[in-house]
Write a protein that binds this ligand. Structure first.
Ligand SMILES: Nc1ncnc2c1ncn2[C@@H]1O[C@H](COP(=O)(O)OP(=O)(O)OP(=O)(O)O)[C@@H](O)[C@H]1O
Ligand SMILES: [Mg+2]
Length: 332
């Protein structure tokens, strides 16, 4: 096909009729001629044919084509302008929606925070009085009464933990998470988290071990929050490992960082679920009949706390083989 301005104009014949440069009959005649040419293996453009048949001079055709190109250009320009305005409108709408969403997130976090504090107060009373009853000297309670009180105590302690997690979560979501850093020997963090979880591991016949291979002790961090993070990872490892399995806590270092690790021989999970497990209230086994308790808050909080420390959590896992959760904290 010849490269001429005509190729830019679709349906040139109709346009020439509209511009009253040729008649409908002339167009029919030209189209018929074009058909004949095609049968002979040639493919001239309709404009060329119109000139060839002497219906229009080349100059008049060129004028019509240029005029049409100008029309198309104006249309394109207008379409662009409309599109730009649409984009602006949509951006403004998105900005409003984002603002609303942020407000709702804030509202949700405030709600969780308020309700958690309200729940905590009566629970503190329950716990206090249960402690008082249990510590009565001389003991006046029967064995059965004491057992019942201990069940209440365990349940309310668990509730207290859940509420504390909710409070911690709501503060971390509203960026009100206060990180109070202090110089701390990272070995102490490992020891602390180990002690907190030893009884639970033993109860489930899981071997909890720790391996510390560091020489430097120069860590500057929020000791209680990092201990909490490590403890959550150990708690999960114990929870998702069957009796007879192992949970190993590791601490290593290089020149710049300490490397914390919790490794288990538990049930593991699929690598394409790595993102899911850090989502709030998300548990891989979400069924009401699931074997393990919990609310799915732990890892969401772990992630927020590490983020506030400029760190993040790394995970490796294989279904049926076990999981490894690790994070890095920079040395002072
Ligand atoms: N070590 C692990 N092995 C296998 N699955 C795990 C492990 N750690 C976490 N998961 C999966 O990730 C999910 C989310 O963990 P997360 O700690 O946030 O919640 P949870 O332990 O179920 O509840 P909570 O921490 O609030 O008590 C778990 O429900 C589990 O499905
Ligand atoms: Mg957990």
């Amino acid at each position: 096909m010849a490269i001429t301005p005509e190729i830019l104009i679709p349906r040139l014949g109709d346009i020439l009729v509209e511009q009253k440069k040729i008649t409908v009959d002339q167009l029919q005649q030209a189209l018929e001629y074009q058909k004949q040419c095609r049968l002979k293996g040639k493919s001239p453009l309709i404009g060329e044919i119109i000139v060839e048949l002497g219906m229009l001079g080349q100059d008049t055709l060129n004028q019509s084509i240029t005029q049409q190109i100008l029309v198309l250009q104006t249309n394109l320009h207008n379409a662009n302008e409309t599109l730009e305005n649409k984009v602006k409108e949509r951006t403004a709408e998105l900005e409003i929606a984002y603002k609303k969403l942020s407000e709702l997130t804030q509202l949700k976090a405030n709600f969780i925070s308020n309700i958690s504090h309200e729940l905590r107060t009566p629970l503190t009373h329950i716990n206090g009085y249960v402690d008082l009853l249990l510590s009565e000297v001389p003991p006046t309670l029967s064995l059965e009464q004491r057992n019942s009180l201990e069940v209440i105590k365990r349940a309310s302690t668990r509730l207290e933990q859940l509420i504390d997690n909710l409070i911690l979560f709501s503060t971390s979501e509203t960026n009100k998470l206060t990180i109070i850093k202090e110089p701390v020997d990272p070995t102490l963090i490992i020891e602390d988290a180990y002690e907190r979880n030893l009884a639970a591991a033993e109860k489930k016949s899981i071997i909890l071990s720790k391996s510390i291979s560091i020489t430097s002790t120069s860590l500057f961090t929020d000791r209680s929050k990092i201990t909490w993070v490590l403890s959550q990872l150990i708690e999960n490892a114990i929870k998702f490992t069957n009796p007879g399995g192992k949970v190993m806590i590791g601490l290593k270092e290089n020149l710049d960082n300490f490397y914390f690790e919790v490794k288990d021989t538990g049930i593991g999970f699929d690598p394409n679920q790595f993102d899911e497990i850090f989502e709030l209230f998300h548990q891989l086994d979400g069924s009401s009949t699931r074997a393990q308790g919990g609310t799915g808050l732990g890892l969401a909080l772990v992630k927020n706390i590490l983020k506030a420390h400029g760190s993040n959590i790394t995970v490796q896992s294989k279904p049926g083989k076990g999981s490894t959760f690790s994070f890095i904290l920079a040395k002072i």
